[in-house]
Design a protein around this ligand. Structure first.
Ligand code: ADP
Length: 396
């Protein structure tokens, strides 16, 4: 049974076709600059050369048409006909309070997704466009929506409520939702396997450290705290996002003449590692500059490591203990220096890294020393596989 996984951004579309009998990736690709000049789709299948389609793609549907033709192409295709696609799983950013698990898409689900769009104006409309386009092109194939927020619907009230007037919650649904749920769920399940324990008996902290970054406290398999909030702006310092700041800074900047829109752009696109270092939002560039003696680059990294560390400390308090800490996503999987810098100050948890194991990259493994009281792990995330698994289990 083959499952197509679709991840639609406002001008991009990522996809993977997986054979779920083996969980093997048959083909994957990325379309970029949809709706703007210079549209391009790069398609690849294991063991074959990449194929690049440089042609106008005015809509996501046009990009989907190209990718579906690529999947069945006699020379570089991987299936004979689109009938070999049994289901489509859609990465969907915001499910609000309506969805605490993945769902098969029907008209009622679409309506709820439209209602959630207000909470994720950059993401949900694009996700909906992808769902509708796939429904048109594959009218008999079931579609499943898998939400970034769903895993965090188990947060208790004291974790998800903001201490604003209660009406802000009832009127506008202002609360913490959290994101990266698909990734936190996937790596926590893998971590339990690696530790040889049941997830129901574990207290885990998952650190998804990429361009966007969030932490999640997972107690007995359930998310009970996470660092992103109503939107993905909250929590840690990120590539271009500021994370938590004193909210009074917003009206202060407005009083200095910035518009609300400008402050919003500043906090989302010009802050974080980019804003502090003045060099780049990419951790590799910033680590390189810091190694070359650039003080602001070093400060940007210090803030990042410090915030991850104090958030880990908070989550140990939230769970009254911790058995395992997981590093995942671009930086978490690859940067041994960042993992070391974060863990260096967690000695109170009895954490000791094994320097040889920690020098590994991108491989699922335990990186703490044998006598470390808390197990520290690197687990490469695989959101596409998680989406495909959920999709399969719902349409089977
Ligand atoms: P997203 O999916 O949020 O765009 P990723 O999970 O792909 O992000 O992570 C991207 C980040 O990971 C980039 O900032 C990149 O610099 C960082 N990264 C990737 N490889 C390394 C590495 N070897 N050392 C340090 N940082 C790395």
């Amino acid at each position: 049974m083959n499952v197509l996984v679709i991840n639609c951004g406002s001008s991009s579309l990522k996809y993977q076709l997986l054979d779920m009998s083996t969980e093997e990736v048959l083909a994957k690709g990325l379309a970029e600059r949809i709706g703007i000049e210079g549209s391009v789709l790069v398609h690849e299948a294991p063991g074959q050369e990449k194929v690049k389609f440089e042609q106008p793609m005015k809509t996501h549907k046009e990009a989907l048409n190209i990718l579906m033709a690529a999947l069945v192409d006699p020379s570089h295709g991987v299936i004979k006909s689109l009938n070999e696609i049994s289901a489509v799983g859609h990465r969907t950013v915001h499910g609000g309070e309506a969805f605490s698990a993945s769902v098969v898409v029907n008209d009622a689900v679409i309506k709820s997704l439209e209602e959630c769009s207000e909470l994720a104006p950059l993401h949900n409309p694009a996700n909906l466009i992808g769902i509708r386009a796939c429904q048109e092109l594959l009218p008999t194939v079931p579609m499943v929506a898998v939400f970034d927020t769903a895993f965090h619907q188990t947060l208790p009230g004291e974790a998800y409520m903001y201490p604003l007037p209660y009406e802000m919650y009832t009127k506008y649904k202002i609360r913490k939702y959290g994101f990266h749920g698909t990734s936190h769920k996937f790596v926590s399940a893998e971590a339990a396997g690696l530790m040889g324990k049941k997830i129901e008996n574990l207290k885990l902290i998952s650190c998804h450290l990429g361009n966007g970054a969030s932490l999640c406290a997972i107690k007995n398999g359930k998310s009970i705290e996470t660092s992103m909030g109503l939107t993905p702006l909250a929590g840690l310092e990120m590539g271009t996002r500021c994370g938590d700041i004193d909210p009074a800074i917003v009206p202060f900047l407005v009083s200095k003449g910035y518009t609300v829109q400008e402050v919003d752009t500043m906090m989302n696109k010009q802050s974080g590692v980019l804003g502090v270092s003045g060099i780049s939002s990419d951790f590799r560039d910033v680590e390189g500059a810091a190694n070359g003696g650039n003080k602001r680059a070093q400060l940007a990294l210090d803030i990042f490591h410090y915030r991850v560390r104090i958030t880990i400390g908070a989550y140990v308090a939230a769970m009254d203990g911790v058995d395992g800490i997981i590093f995942t996503a671009g930086l978490g999987e690859n940067s041994s220096t960042s993992r070391q810098a974060i863990c260096d100050h967690l000695k109170f948890l009895g954490i000791k890294l094994d320097p040889v194991a920690n020098s590994n990259r991108g491989k699922a493994m335990i990186i703490s020393a044998e006598d470390s009281k808390t197990t520290v792990m690197v687990i490469p995330t695989n959101e596409e596989l998680m989406i495909a698994r959920d999709t399969l289990s719902l349409v089977k």
